[in-house]
Ligand binder design. Structure first.
Ligand SMILES: [Zn+2]
Length: 145
């Protein structure tokens, strides 16, 4: 083997090493994706709580296991959630939790898309006019079964 061939050999060796690294990276990525799917995919099975976001900011979290009715409302540019009592505010979404599902029962928004989402056990409900989002989530530390 002359010098030239040696260099060529080393170069090839390096190339294959990089190739192996790429294969490992791809395999790792696949595993990561599948793991993520197992946790959050397939309809996000196992959600046991939900959070309410206003303008992307989490403002409220409650369990899905407790049947309750909440009112989301906007006042002075801020979003709030509280247990429903009395008359709703001007800009409101009535959020109902029943049988492990969360849904918007009634809303004052312009399109009522949030109401048409119906009650969900997983995933998200969006109310674009109110910039409000409800996300069914799995609370941290929950048992995995
Ligand atoms: Zn809406």
């Amino acid at each position: 083997m002359n010098r030239e061939e040696k260099i060529e050999h080393i170069r090839k060796g390096k190339f294959f090493a990089w190739g192996d690294a790429a294969v490992f990276a791809a395999a790792f990525l696949l595993i990561a994706v599948f793991t993520l799917f197992a946790f959050f995919g397939f309809g996000g099975a196992g959600a046991d709580s939900f959070s309410v976001y206003y303008r992307g900011e989490k403002i409220f979290t409650a369990p899905l296991g407790e049947d309750a009715v909440y009112e989301f409302y906007i006042e002075g540019g801020q979003g709030y959630v509280r247990a429903l009592e009395g008359e709703p505010h001007e800009d409101y979404n009535i959020i109902e939790v029943a049988g492990g599902k969360v849904g918007v029962r009634e809303a004052s928004c312009s399109d009522h898309v949030c109401v048409f989402f119906g009650a969900v056990r997983s995933g998200e409900i969006n109310c674009l006019p109110h910039r409000m989002r409800i996300a069914a989530e799995r609370s941290e530390g929950g048992t995995d079964l």
